[in-house]
Design a protein around this ligand. Structure first.
Ligand code: ADP
Ligand code: MG
Length: 586
């Protein structure tokens, strides 16, 4: 027999889609507060939100005649027509959250509109209204959710440990704090205030408050606008990387989302600047025309779909590359403040377990406990971050005042108030690599003929492979031809290489192409070429000051002079200010 489900059963089923763990409740409530125009927002959780979730805001409040309506499914004040779906500017729009949450928990709502004298208190449990009375209360809305999943035992069992659930919530609120720096956001867990943001609209300070100062110092600001996309935020210098993508946080039109497209754009930007298996830190805020992005593909709205993936990916990779190719990406030596380890109750012993967990947190999670005020970061640094993100200043490398070479390896130089060290070999590698790539892409090849050609032997598999690796070398400026069953004769090499470099390059190259390598994949080719470059550059050559000057001049002509093709920095800098700090002059 076919029957219509009762409202309570239907709501419970629908709730499963929207509310699957404490995080999803926090997310819906916080989004509602933001949609309500709140400028002040407190989130409190206990036991990872399993036993208690409270969200208090100073937003518009709900009319006393509409409090029960708000808990009905498909009740929303945010859209009314189907075509409204095309230009959603609010975070919520399905009108499902409150209905779903109240179907699987006990909810207490206290709310008052600014223009009204009294507010309302509504208690609703398992979808049934238990109380609806007028109360005196502040403007805005408080929602308290307790007894979560009391009537859905399967979900109750599905919840993870308190710390897993709270980590997810803390992570989410941290991201919201970044997305909404103009809202004062306070987060309390088990009675401890984890952070309170200033609400002054400064994203960089929010990073310092919510994450750590260390994270903040490795960041470069990004600010670009095209006709259809705006992107701002921070990305890390190639020298500051992580072992996973947890520190890549993306927002599209104000929503925290995950996106393979944005990840791919980032990866391309750092492609020759970071070692394999390392990931940049990125806090990216992207705005696109709401009609060009679909937010409606996932009930929890975690993923978005762009109309034009390629446009977004290319925009991100191109613009971030441009930022990384400025002197901002040079790693800087900073004087560390001595770590203060708090002793509890006069006990002199350091709690090793606690220390270890703090250290672990530093790597994997934002360090919520460390809070830095804006004054603690040197004014110079934050000013730089605020203003220079808007225009990329070219670094006049040729104006460097070269002072000498130390340890037979590092050029030392100054420019204005900054002291630089340049790794001669990393620099040489970068120049070599870019010259080769330029040659490879150019139609005119600069080839020097060799008086005495040299030979290389290749393995049977390479010889037999149908790949056009030979063409690749020809494109790079080598004169190479078959010479016997397993040998090739090289009678010309790119002009910028010495014969030794050319020999080492080509030997490494043929040793590392194997059958399973897809030579039509540009990235793979690039990788082999960059590794071959490395093998061609020998360490420990003593160079003269003239050669050093020429090296800097060649380096300045590079597209990305600040790292070798494998991500090692070519430059390291130390500001006069930091030197003065070390000598305790400031
Ligand atoms: P949606 O957000 O998709 O509209 P919800 O079920 O989350 O659906 O909320 C239903 C309605 O309740 C909202 O459209 C809004 O009018 C009202 N509401 C919910 N939370 C708040 C709040 N914190 N402040 C003011 N109004 C709210
Ligand atoms: Mg909502």
């Amino acid at each position: 027999m076919i029957k219509l489900l009762s409202k309570i059963v239907a709501d419970k089923i629908a709730a499963g889609e929207v509310v699957d763990r404490p995080l999803s409740i926090v997310k819906e409530l916080v989004e509602n507060s933001i949609d309500a125009g709140a400028s002040h927002l407190t989130v409190e959780i206990k036991n990872g939100g399993k036993s208690y979730i409270r969200v208090t805001d100073n937003g518009c409040g709900i009319d006393k005649n509409e409090v029960t309506l708000a808990f009905m499914r498909h009740a929303t004040s945010k859209i009314s027509e189907a075509e409204d779906l095309g230009h959603i500017m609010t975070l919520g729009f399905r009108g499902e959250a409150l209905a779903s949450i109240s179907a699987v928990s006990r909810v207490e709502l206290i709310t008052k509109k600014r223009e009204e004298k009294t507010g309302s208190r509504l208690v609703i449990s398992g979808g049934e209204v238990e109380e609806n009375v007028p109360v005196g209360c502040p403007d805005g809305t408080t929602l308290v959710v307790s007894d979560l999943f009391y009537n859905t035992p399967a979900r109750l069992k599905f919840m993870k440990s308190d710390s897993t659930e709270s980590t997810l919530i803390i992570d989410f609120i941290s991201k919201m704090a970044l997305a909404y720096p103009e809202i004062i956001i306070r987060l309390i867990s088990n009675g401890t205030n984890l952070f309170t943001t200033s609400g002054k609209g400064d994203r960089f300070n929010t990073v310092l408050t919510v994450y750590s100062r260390d994270t903040g110092e490795g960041l470069i600001p990004v600010f670009v606008e095209s006709e259809s996309i705006r992107m701002e935020g921070f990305v890390s210098k190639p020298s500051c990387s992580k072992t996973n993508r947890k520190h890549q946080i993306f927002f599209v039109n104000g929503r925290v989302i995950s996106s393979k497209v944005i990840e791919a754009g980032l990866e391309e930007a750092y492609f020759d600047k970071m070692f394999n298996g390392r990931f940049p830190i990125a806090f990216l805020f992207i705005w696109v025309d709401p009609s060009k992005v679909d937010a409606n593909i996932h009930p929890n709205k975690k993923e978005v779909r762009f109309d034009d993936d390629r446009l977004i990916r290319e925009f991100i990779s191109k613009e971030i590359r441009a930022v990384l190719n400025t002197k901002k990406s040079i790693p800087e030596i900073k004087v560390k403040k001595p770590e203060i380890i708090k002793k509890s109750g006069g006990d002199e012993q350091v709690n090793i377990k606690q220390l270890l967990s703090t250290l672990r947190e530093k790597e994997d999670f934002p360090s919520y406990i460390e809070q830095y005020s804006s004054e603690e970061i040197s004014d110079e640094h934050s000013d730089e971050l605020k203003t220079e993100g808007k225009k990329h200043q070219p670094f006049s490398m040729k104006e460097l005042d070269l002072l000498g070479i130390i340890f037979g390896t590092y050029l030392v130089a100054t420019l204005e108030n900054i002291f630089y060290m340049i790794d001669q070999h990393a620099a040489h590698e970068r120049i070599f690599y870019e010259n080769l790539m330029k040659q490879y892409k150019n139609n005119d090849k600069a080839v020097q003929k060799l008086l005495i050609p040299f030979m290389i032997n290749v393995s049977h598999t390479v010889r037999e492979s149908s790949y056009d690796w030979l063409d690749l070398l020809v494109d790079a400026g080598f004169d190479i031809e078959e010479f016997g069953p397993k040998s090739y004769k090289i009678s010309g090499v790119p002009t910028f290489m010495t014969i030794q470099e050319a020999q080492d390059f080509i030997t490494y190259f043929v040793e590392n192409i194997s059958e399973d390598i897809d030579l039509s994949n540009e990235k793979i080719i690039d990788k082999i070429i960059s590794k071959s470059c490395k093998s061609a550059i020998k360490a420990g050559d003593i160079i003269t000051m003239e050669e050093a000057t020429a090296l800097i001049s060649d380096l300045s002509a590079c597209e990305n002079p600040y790292s070798c093709p494998h991500g090692r920095p070519t430059f390291i800098k130390l500001s006069k200010y930091e030197i003065e700090r070390m000598f305790k002059r400031v």
